[in-house]
Design a protein around this ligand. Structure first.
Ligand code: KG4
Ligand code: ZN
Length: 340
């Protein structure tokens, strides 16, 4: 089954071609127009998706040495994400399905992030825990099967990537600031400054207080101090975010007894998080899995992987399917399970 997979939930227009569970090609057009605004502007994202989607699909097809008429299934991100951005991918996918008279599959973006762990070997065995950390989401997921995922905890406000990006902006760094903080942190002292860790109930997270704490830290010291101590500030900030993420991950592992731990989402690229996870895994005896960077950030290969599992399970979408913006609005077939 030759599948064309599309991802347009935020600011990356991506297409991938799969033959069954094998990735043949993937192409991504990342939008740069948002840099000047310090964050993703939804309307600009939708317009950029409209311009990029067909060239990106053509690029993926060329790389796979296939043409559109070879495609037998079209999969796309149905949500969660920015509505206007999602609609571009969904409408394109519906057009392809209608034009070629082939089946259509909507995919949950957050489940696709988790399933990015299956694009390459070795993949985690079920059940496993996945910490999905991106610019839009921070979720601790118990993965019982490819389509049976349970959210154990999530952020009540900002996502971890958002915390990186917004703190970076306050420090005078351009968007997206996560990778820049990561680079600067490499030469800084993580214990130079102390930032608060929000105490949330259960396995939940909160990162909005950290933004306020960073603002209160910068204000009395001024920009000259920040510039002179930038590496130490970034290292301390990164240390705080990573410790917050890992503390709840360790608690989730203890509570579930799961020994296989995976990462997903753009923040999985963070060196501090990777190093911290590796150290923790050594003491706990965990087996860890981190997809390569191209499959951690938003991409269409993860959508194709999720489509493979969904198709195998007999799922099929319709032309009447509606895009959804938040986790809670996912339709029954695409929702996370609430208990196990
Ligand atoms: O998964 P992703 O590409 O898009 C979303 O679905 O949000 O994640 C992007 C996020 C941004 O917030 C970006 O700053 C963050 O991932 N990020 C990083 C690193 N690389 C990307 N954060 C910290 N350290 C990094 N190395
Ligand atoms: Zn994402």
């Amino acid at each position: 089954m030759l599948c064309l997979a599309l991802e347009t939930s935020c600011d990356d227009t991506a297409a991938a071609v799969f033959n069954g569970s094998t990735l043949l090609a993937q192409a991504t057009a990342s939008q740069t127009i948002h840099t000047d605004w310090g964050g993703v502007v939804p309307e600009l994202a939708s317009r950029a998706h409209q311009q990029a989607i067909w060239p990106t699909v053509q690029q993926a097809l060329r790389q796979a040495d296939k043409s559109l008429k070879d495609i037998e299934l079209v999969a796309y991100t149905q949500g969660p994400g920015l509505l206007g951005a999602l609609l571009v991918g969904q409408t394109f996918a519906k057009g392809v399905a209608l034009g070629l008279n082939i089946p259509l599959l909507g995919i949950n973006h957050m489940q696709a992030h988790v399933l990015a762990n299956f694009i390459e070997e070795p993949h985690p065995p079920f059940p496993f825990l996945c910490l999905t950390v991106s610019g839009g989401h921070t979720q601790l997921v118990a993965v019982h099967g490819p389509l049976a995922m349970q959210v154990l905890g999530q952020t009540k406000d900002d996502a971890a990537g958002e915390a990186f990006d917004k703190c970076a902006k306050m420090l005078g760094l351009p968007y997206p600031g996560g990778p820049l903080i990561d680079n600067l942190a490499a030469t800084g002292n993580p214990l130079a400054f102390t930032f608060p860790i929000a105490q949330m109930p259960g396995l939940h997270y909160s990162f909005s207080g950290l933004k306020t704490a960073v603002l209160r830290f910068i204000e009395p010291r001024g920009t000259a101090f920040i510039e002179a101590n930038l590496a130490d500030v970034c290292a301390s900030l990164q240390y705080t975010i990573v410790q917050t993420l890992l503390a709840k991950l360790a608690r989730a592992a203890t509570e579930t007894g799961f020994m296989h731990i995976a990462l997903a989402g753009g923040v999985a690229a963070n060196a501090g998080l990777r190093h911290g996870l590796a150290k923790l895994a050594e003491t706990k005896g965990w087996h860890t899995y981190i997809p390569q960077l191209a499959y951690c950030t938003d991409n269409a290969a993860m959508v194709g992987m999720a489509a493979h599992f969904a198709w195998q399970a007999g799922r099929q979408g319709t032309l009447a399917d509606v895009a959804f913006t938040t986790h809670d609005q996912a339709p029954a077939g695409l929702a996370f399970i609430t208990s196990w």
